[in-house]
Design a protein around this ligand. Structure first.
Ligand code: FES
Length: 428
């Protein structure tokens, strides 16, 4: 199929949006005739019968294998279509599949290395099955091997390079280099900085890509927390890396058997925390707790790059919010951390409904609206597609993607990544 795809000129790459006037007129003409912005998108199902790798304005991938990791997790092996762009270890993709007649999108970290993609043309997505989820059980059992699915370009800034560049710009990290490494350091070389990876649960997936990509050169300490073996991923693989590469130190913490990691335990496991660039990935509660513990040691937040995974059951646990370099922009420091008020009221103005939530409820507004029967427009549920934008009239929300708090006045927010921190009124 790849040969046939390559032979048809003009269908080799996804078609880009027209940017000139004639392009826009053509777009209007297409819209009036087919109800779609592009003829190519309208004809997509027919074209894909002949050229399954082709998509009108996206990429596609073929499912090559599904590997069981444990009772609750599996790895999808995908072969992206031709011209799918190169990626950096730590980035994520959005996949779209048809489930019960509806197109559903989710975002997952790429858990394999860029080297593997270069050599074999394959990528891996490692996914935890959510019992009550809509898509992960379907991906685990109904997605067919050799089936084609829609795949976005890789995205996200969660990478070793970005962490080091950001910290170097702040000139806050001691360099560990010899005279020949100078240029590499300036460019954010992965080899020249001590690194600390802290992962919780499925948050280990982007680190797996990084460890495989740079296993021979990284000076890294990995702290991986998980709740019982069934909730873990890649334990034997991590142990193998630890055995074969003395430059990689790995600490595995089963939180079902030992207390949650705090600042003193962190110092014990990684005394180099003060001189390291720190990458952090896991569920929001894990991230907030860990960041507070790190900051309590006096470590600068400029040294931390974090990636948050959704913890709400309806979202795939591997769905995650795009990466956020703290870079002084975050409100997560102890000084300005805003805890939700005890009870919050959400007013859905157009539907004339109100709900109350207690202090333990940190669900995003999309889930809250759905829990009382509303059906807001949405797509990825991960802050990527922007389909869930809604006007907030009043109240403060925490954007889980940027870790920024909103003002109290009117503004557009993304429902799927906005958590109310006080009473909120929405045009919904
Ligand atoms: S549903 Fe995609 S950004 Fe909210």
């Amino acid at each position: 199929m790849r040969t046939a795809y390559a032979k048809v000129k003009g269908l080799e790459k996804p078609i880009q949006s027209p940017s000139n006037i004639s392009g826009r007129l053509w777009q209007k003409f297409s819209q009036s005739l087919t109800g779609n912005d592009r003829f190519s998108a309208y004809l997509e199902p027919v074209i894909q019968m002949l050229l399954p790798a082709w998509a009108a304005n996206s990429y596609r991938a073929q499912v090559i294998n599904r590997r069981i990791e444990n009772e609750q997790a599996f790895t999808l092996v995908l072969r992206p279509s031709r011209y799918w762009p190169a990626f950096t270890a730590g980035q994520f993709v959005q996949i779209t599949v048809e489930v019960d007649g509806a197109l559903v999108s989710r975002v997952f970290s790429i858990s394999s290395s860029p080297q593997m993609f270069q050599k074999e043309g394959l990528i891996e997505l490692s996914i935890r099955i959510q019992e009550k989820g809509r898509i992960t059980p379907w991906l685990a059992s109904d997605l067919k091997i050799r089936q084609w699915i829609r795949l976005s370009a890789p995205s996200g800034v969660f990478s070793i390079e970005n962490t080091i560049k950001s910290a170097a710009q702040k000139a806050s990290l001691p360099l560990q280099k010899n005279s020949t490494q100078k240029d590499e350091d300036t460019n954010g070389s992965a080899q020249s900085r001590p690194l600390l990876f802290i992962a919780g649960g499925s948050g280990i997936t982007p680190f797996r890509a990084m460890l495989h990509e740079y296993k021979e050169t990284l000076q890294v300490t990995v702290i991986y927390s998980y709740r019982g073996a069934a909730q873990s991923l890649f334990l034997s693989e991590l142990n193998q890396l630890k055995t074969n590469f003395p430059n990689i130190k790995i600490h595995l913490l089963d939180s079902s058997r030992q207390p949650r990691m705090n600042a003193s335990r962190l110092l014990e496991l990684a005394p180099e925390v003060f001189g390291s660039a720190i990458l952090l990935c896991g569920p929001p509660a894990f991230m907030q707790h860990t960041v507070k513990e790190i900051l309590s040691l006096g470590v600068s937040k400029d040294r931390i790059l974090q990636e948050s995974f959704s913890s709400t059951p309806i979202n795939a646990i591997s769905s995650h919010y795009a990466s956020v370099a703290l870079n002084g922009r975050s409100d997560l420091s102890q000084d300005n951390f805003l805890a939700p008020t005890d009870e919050r009221q959400i007013h859905f103005l157009l539907s004339q409904k109100t709900m109350s939530i207690n202090s333990n409820n940190n669900d995003p507004l999309l889930n809250l609206a759905e829990s009382i029967g509303l059906k807001p427009v949405h797509g990825c549920r991960a802050g990527v597609c922007h389909q869930c934008i809604c006007k907030k009239r009043q109240g403060r929300v925490l954007n889980m993607r940027t870790q920024q708090y909103s003002d109290t006045g009117p503004e557009d927010i993304q429902l799927c990544i906005s958590v109310p921190v006080d009473n909120v009124a929405l045009d919904l």
